[in-house]
Design a protein around this ligand. Structure first.
Ligand SMILES: Nc1ncnc2c1ncn2[C@@H]1O[C@H](COP(=O)(O)OP(=O)(O)OP(=O)(O)O)[C@@H](O)[C@H]1O
Ligand SMILES: [Mg+2]
Length: 273
C-alpha cells in the first residue's frame, strides 16, 4: 500500500473545500473500501469537527499540532470508523509558522517540506490521504501542496469568477519552479454553495475553454443535507420501511460521482507519464 495524497485547494474562504474533503474521504472509506486518512491542517478545525461527529466521538485529544512539534504524526491518529481515520487540528496549530521557523531557521525549503517528511511513514498505512487547508497562501497551504501528489481545485460557479482557481494554479506553478513540488491538477470541481443558485454557464464555459477536460462534468449543487452534515456528521439514515433515506443517498451519490470522475482522471494522468 502506498497512499496517494490529495489537497483540495482554492485561496478563497467558504468555497466548499472542507465539504469536499470530508465527503470524498467518507465516500472513499465507506463505498470504495479504501483505507483513508484526513489530515486537518486548518486551525479552524472544521473537518475535524465534522468527522468527530461522524464517528460519534465527543472529544479528540490527539492532534496535528503535537505531531508537528514532536516530529511524528503516526501517534496522532484518531480512528473515526471502518477505513476512516483523522489527524485532527486545533486552534493552537495557528502557530505553525513559529514551529517551522524555530525548527528550520533560514531554510525556506525545509520549512515548506516539513509535512512531506512527516507524511512518509503514513503512506504505507493508507490508500488515500486527504488534506484540508485554510483559504490563504501560507505555510499551511505550502506544506500541503509540497506533500501532495494531486490537487483538486474548487471552482466557484456563482461568483462570476475564475479568480480563485487561477490564483491557485499560478501559485502551484511557483512551488513547482521554486521548490520542485511534484503535484498535478487532478480536476477542477464546480461547486455551488447557495440555495436557489444556478450554475453560471458562462463561467463554466470559460473554465472549460481554459482548462479543458480538467473541469469535472459533475457539479456539486446546493443540498440542504450536505449543509446539515456540518452539525450532525455524515451518515446514512433509514426510513421506517428500512429503505435508505433518499436525501442522504443523493448527497452521497453526488460525491461517489465526483470520486469516480477523479479516479478516471488519475488513471489517464498515470498513463501519460
Ligand atoms: N453543496 C453544498 N450544499 C450546501 N451547503 C454547502 C455545500 N458545500 C458547502 N456548503 C456549506 O457552505 C459553507 C462553506 O463550506 P466549506 O466549509 O466546505 O468551505 P471552505 O472552503 O472549507 O471554507 P474555509 O475557507 O473557511 O475553510 C459551510 O457551511 C458548508 O456546510
Ligand atoms: Mg474549510
Amino acid at each position: 500500500m502506498t497512499a496517494t495524497i490529495y489537497v483540495v485547494g482554492n485561496f478563497k474562504g467558504g468555497v466548499g473545500k472542507t465539504k469536499t474533503v470530508t465527503m470524498l474521504s467518507y465516500v472513499s472509506a465507506v463505498y470504495k473500501h479504501r483505507k483513508t486518512l484526513v489530515i486537518d491542517l486548518d486551525p479552524q478545525a472544521n473537518a475535524s469537527s465534522v468527522l468527530a461527529k461522524t464517528g460519534n466521538i465527543s472529544e479528540i485529544s490527539k492532534n496535528v499540532q503535537d505531531g508537528f512539534v514532536n516530529g511524528d504524526l503516526t501517534n496522532q491518529i484518531t480512528h473515526i470508523q471502518e477505513n476512516l481515520d483523522l489527524i485532527a487540528a486545533n486552534t493552537k496549530f495557528s502557530k505553525l509558522p513559529n514551529i517551522l521557523l524555530s525548527k528550520f531557521p533560514n531554510d525556506d525549503r525545509q520549512q515548506v517540506s516539513y509535512l512531506q517528511t512527516l507524511i512518509q511513514p503514513l503512506k504505507d498505512k493508507y490508500d488515500a490521504i486527504y488534506l484540508d487547508v485554510p483559504p490563504t497562501i501560507s505555510d499551511f497551504s505550502d506544506n500541503a501542496m509540497m506533500a501532495s501528489d494531486y490537487c483538486i481545485i474548487i471552482l466557484q460557479t456563482q461568483e462570476l469568477s475564475l479568480d480563485g482557481a487561477k490564483t491557485y494554479i499560478n501559485y502551484m506553478q511557483y512551488l513547482i519552479d521554486t521548490f520542485d513540488a511534484k503535484l498535478d491538477v487532478l480536476g477542477i470541481l464546480p461547486c455551488m454553495l447557495r440555495p436557489g443558485g444556478r450554475v453560471d454557464k458562462k463561467v463554466l464555459d470559460e473554465a472549460k475553454e481554459l482548462y479543458g477536460n480538467n473541469v469535472l462534468q459533475t457539479i456539486v449543487t446546493y443540498q440542504e443535507r450536505l449543509k446539515a452534515y456540518d452539525a450532525e456528521g455524515i451518515s446514512m439514515g433509514h426510513m421506517y420501511t428500512g429503505n435508505k433515506d433518499q436525501w442522504d443517498q443523493r448527497a452521497h451519490q453526488l460525491f461517489i460521482d465526483v470520486l469516480d470522475e477523479l479516479d478516471t482522471h488519475q488513471h489517464l494522468l498515470k498513463g501519460e507519464q
